[in-house]
Design a binder for this molecule. Structure first.
Ligand SMILES: O=C(O)CCC(=O)C(=O)O
Ligand SMILES: [Fe+2]
Length: 370
């Protein structure tokens, strides 16, 4: 599947950063997951929305992962973000630490240095993260020059994702649930406070010895915290998704696509109908093992004050998703859930981070998988 890239939108060009050269794809024939692809250019065509909603409904029955194509950003737009991320992580560690996220307090905006998460006893992550919150006054914070100097490009990119891509996906979920089309839009407004963010990510390559020690796992099997996660194509194969049978399948990074996965908040809101999918990151195949893996991701979270109470929907009723109601997150807001999960992720207390079941908040646990 090679997707034609839509004509670039109004994303400004003229940046002084070097162009980003994507690494060659792996030659290995891996056990790829069979995931559906939604062509978002159909959204505004007559009948397109209901067609896409039908396709999405089928796609998410088993695994909450799918691809989208024709989402209104060119490969050049995306590569520019990879370049910004690459340059950002080249900064000296002292400089990056000036922007460190207050992870221990559940704050995820800013820089996460590597080595804060224990993957297996004695083995720590080698992942750097830089999260950029929504561009609204409540979230203004000091940023490194590379971010300030490219702010229009970064802001337009993030807003395009929110306004043009996430909006369409949220409408499709509402259609699937036979709710008013703007049902989820009303709790994902850009101008309101939420933990949505654009993320640059760098997985430093590991030596063979390090990979052996952690049985090749770079990031343990987990679910994401918010509504949706969008992963721009990361040409290095490393992401795997867990099937309902408990097998791990590789997620192929197709050119011109975004990989989308569903996350916890949508699972809580739909009483388990929309499944927060379990995924992990492992050592790439041998021909890609020597590169540092860069990522550009967008995390969508509901507005902070949305209570994670299962919604009323005839569809959920018809499909039996109201037989036993999961009230575990009732009384917990989306903001509280995300912050509690972020803080637990770096907790060095007796419940060691990312090993086994983690109590998060109000008796709800998060599971981590090898
Ligand atoms: O890097 C990836 O492919 C996935 C990252 C991920 O799962 C996360 O940051 O939550
Ligand atoms: Fe994830």
């Amino acid at each position: 599947m090679v997707a034609p890239i839509a004509t670039p939108t109004s994303i400004p060009t003229g940046s002084d950063i070097p162009t980003y050269d994507q690494v060659p794809e792996t030659k290995y024939d891996l056990d790829w997951a069979d995931l559906a692809t939604l062509d978002l250019s159909q959204f505004d065509q007559p009948g397109g929305k209901s067609l896409l909603a039908k396709q999405l409904f089928e796609a998410i029955q088993k695994i909450g992962f799918f691809y989208i194509i024709n989402f209104g950003l060119s490969q050049e737009d995306v590569d520019r973000q990879f370049s910004i991320g690459k340059e950002l992580f080249k900064l000296p560690i002292e400089e990056k630490l000036k922007y460190r996220a207050e992870l221990e307090k559940g704050g995820y905006n800013g820089y996460k240095p590597m080595g804060l998460r224990e993957i297996s006893p004695g083995v720590f992550d080698k992942t750097e993260i830089f999260n950029i919150p929504k561009f609204i006054p409540a979230f203004e914070r000091p940023q490194p020059d590379i971010v300030n100097n490219h702010r229009p490009i970064i802001e337009n990119f993030a807003r395009h994702i929110h306004d043009e891509i996430v909006r369409k996906l949220l409408v499709l979920f509402a259609i699937i649930l036979e709710l008013p089309e703007d049902y989820f839009l009303k709790v994902h407004r850009y101008e309101e406070k939420s933990d949505c963010h654009l993320r640059y990510m760098k997985y430093h390559r590991r030596t063979e010895e390090e990979n052996e020690k952690s049985t090749g796992i770079w990031s343990k099997g987990h679910t994401d915290f918010g509504s949706l996660t969008l992963l721009f194509r990361q040409p290095v194969a490393a992401l795997q998704v867990r099937t309902p049978e408990g097998d791990w399948k590789w997620v192929k990074p197709y050119p011109g696509s975004i990989t989308v996965n569903l996350a916890d908040s949508l699972q809580f809101l739909t009483n388990g109908f929309l499944k927060s999918s379990i995924h992990r990151v492992v050592a790439p195949p041998p021909d890609q093992r020597v590169v540092d893996r860069l990522g550009v991701l967008y995390f969508v979270r509901p507005e902070d004050d949305l209570e994670l109470r299962p919604i009323e929907s005839d569809v959920l009723h018809r499909l039996g998703y109201d037989q036993t109601t999961d009230n575990s997150a009732v009384g917990i807001t989306a903001g509280e859930w995300v912050k509690a999960r972020v803080a637990k992720g770096v907790d060095k207390g007796p419940a060691r981070s990312e090993v086994g079941d983690q109590p998060i908040i109000g008796g709800v646990i998060a599971k981590y998988y090898d």
